[in-house]
Write a protein that binds this ligand. Structure first.
Ligand SMILES: [Zn+2]
Length: 113
């Protein structure tokens, strides 16, 4: 194979690889959207009262449990909701760092176990 043919083949393989990566990323994005849609349908939206805990790594359903909240500075008067264990974690981190406590419970949102 000539140098030019080899170079052409390498570029062609690289382009096919890049196209495959884009295709897989698109599949992942669609699968993630579908999971979110199903989670929203089953447990309610993430971060909303009675929906799912707003912490991405948690997303525990909040229905029937205390709904702790933080002010959502992106939305006037808005709040984002969290489960008991995540609220405890945030409060522990805030106390450790000396920052103001972010999670609070509005009495109407408290559910005793
Ligand atoms: Zn949580």
């Amino acid at each position: 194979m000539s140098g030019i043919a080899r170079k052409h083949r390498t570029v062609s393989l690289k382009k096919r690889g890049q196209a495959l990566v884009r295709q897989l990323e698109e599949q992942d994005r669609r699968a993630a959207e579908e999971r979110t849609r199903q989670m929203d349908e089953l447990y309610g939206p993430k971060g909303e009262k009675g929906g799912r805990c707003n912490r991405t790594a948690c997303q525990r359903p909040l229905k029937g449990s205390s709904n702790w909240s933080m002010r959502n500075f992106m939305v006037e008067g808005g709040r984002l909701y969290y489960c008991d264990p995540c609220a405890e974690d945030f409060t522990a981190w805030d106390k450790r760092s000396g920052d103001p406590i972010r999670c609070e419970i509005i009495e109407a949102d408290r559910v005793d176990p």
